[in-house]
Ligand binder design. Structure first.
Ligand SMILES: O=C(O)CCC(=O)C(=O)O
Length: 405
């Protein structure tokens, strides 16, 4: 491949290896070795075009881009780089990505196919807008530091919503750089501050070390690059006349516990998180508002008292995620004219059924689950379900220390 001429320090020396063709399954072992994959047409292109529509509409209305009739997947940049406020458009595309790609489980299913592992989506969709001439930024990510597990269990999913050639600011990956130490001998690091010293330390490997590793591939609408967040990545320079638009999603391996900063994604196909089960059980016991549910998690509330606390925003968020699954519904007896935090909800019959089953089921005996066990025992009693199984010490899978006596 001919290197892309540029002033970016990122000049791809070849195509990104590990392409997964449309309809094929990715090789999880290969991903683990190489740390990235390119999923061709892994998202339905029409869905990607639909999710970019409100973004393009806003950009056109603000005089940032012009539609080019003969190039429907490119938008001519006519804005002023000095005044372009890209953060203004984040929530527009965040909302439509959530509604059209994440909520239905389409994103998770497509990622599972290419990654080869079952993901849980984090509750974040970030817009990356790059006008022509924008500087490139060579870096590793650090968001995975907020989670549990290592960078190999976390995943960046970067997909363009415009068609990209190599000179249009396409994502570039320093292939294999997750295995390359930060500025080795150049800057000694006597005190590693993080458990994962390679992540986001900002003294990434020196440019000469990275130069032969840079790879990039032209991407079409529907394609995506999946990569470990600790791989050094950047973009090629955007030398064309178009505004480069891409969206970044975060995901993690579903087998690893979900840390609180992951948030609660709207994906209705993921397993419910602990806080969602607990709120569902509360709403199965009595009609409750987001405001009152928050109280239950404070140190003097029924759940907080037993050692489990959750921040207000996460408790409030469960009312949306449980509602999307039809597990809770507005309570009609209470007036609707209150602000949303004071509106009452109750569990639907299927929500009550699911909560009753979950509250009476004991899954393991880790330290965290023992606190949960106490909360479950209370709620199972209030839900009037047979909680014998909770107290069955000899049930297989409860852990050696419990089964020994
Ligand atoms: O698209 C860009 O401009 C940067 C992308 C990036 O850094 C990321 O996905 O983490």
């Amino acid at each position: 491949m001919k290197p892309v001429a540029g002033r970016s320090g990122v000049e791809p020396t070849g195509e990104l290896p590990n392409e997964v063709a449309v309809g094929e399954r990715g090789d999880a072992d290969r991903f683990d070795r190489e740390g990235h994959a390119v999923g061709r047409q892994m998202f339905p292109p029409d869905v990607v075009r639909a999710l970019r529509a409100p973004l393009v509409e806003a950009l056109v209305a603000d005089g940032q881009v012009q539609v080019v009739d003969e190039l429907p997947d490119c938008f001519r940049w006519i804005g002023d780089p000095e005044t372009f406020d890209r953060d203004r458009y984040r929530s527009v595309v965040g909302r439509s990505t959530d509604e059209l790609l994440v909520r239905s489980g389409t994103a998770a299913a497509a990622i599972e196919k290419v990654w080869g592992r079952r993901p849980v989506m984090w509750d974040r969709a970030v817009l990356f807008a790059m006008p022509p001439g924008d500087p490139t930024r060579v870096h590793r990510d650090g968001w995975q530091m907020m989670g549990v597990g290592g960078p190999q269990e976390h995943l960046n999913v970067w997909f363009p919503v415009t068609r990209l050639g190599l000179g249009d600011g396409v994502l570039a990956v320093a292939a294999g750089s997750h295995g390359v130490a930060d500025q080795e001998a150049a800057i000694a690091m006597p005190h590693p501050v993080h458990l994962d010293v390679e992540a986001n330390t900002s003294n990434r490997p020196l440019p000469d070390r990275l130069a032969p590793l840079w790879r990039a591939a032209p991407l079409d609408v529907g394609d995506a690059v999946l990569f470990r967040p600790d791989i050094v990545h950047s973009t090629t320079l955007n030398d064309g006349p178009f505004l480069r638009l891409a969206v970044g999603l975060g995901a993690q391996d579903a087998a690893v516990p979900l840390a609180r900063p992951a948030g609660l994604s709207s994906d209705v196909t993921r397993d419910l998180a602990e806080v969602e089960w607990l709120v569902l059980a509360l709403l199965s016991v009595q009609p409750t508002s987001p405001w009152l549910a928050r109280y239950a998690f404070y140190p003097r509330g029924v759940i907080g008292r037993l050692g489990i606390e959750y921040p207000d925003e996460l408790v409030e968020r469960t009312f949306s995620t449980l509602g999307l699954r039809g597990l809770i519904e507005p309570h009609t007896t209470y007036s609707d004219d209150q602000s949303s935090i004071h509106r009452y909800f109750q569990a639907t019959p299927s929500g009550r059924c699911a909560a009753s089953r979950r509250m009476a089921t004991r899954e393991s005996t880790t330290a965290a689950d023992r606190r949960l066990f106490a909360v479950q025992a209370v709620l199972a009693d209030w839900l009037r379900v047979d909680s014998a199984e909770l107290f069955n010490e000899s049930r297989p899978g409860l852990g050696p220390e419990r089964n020994a006596s």
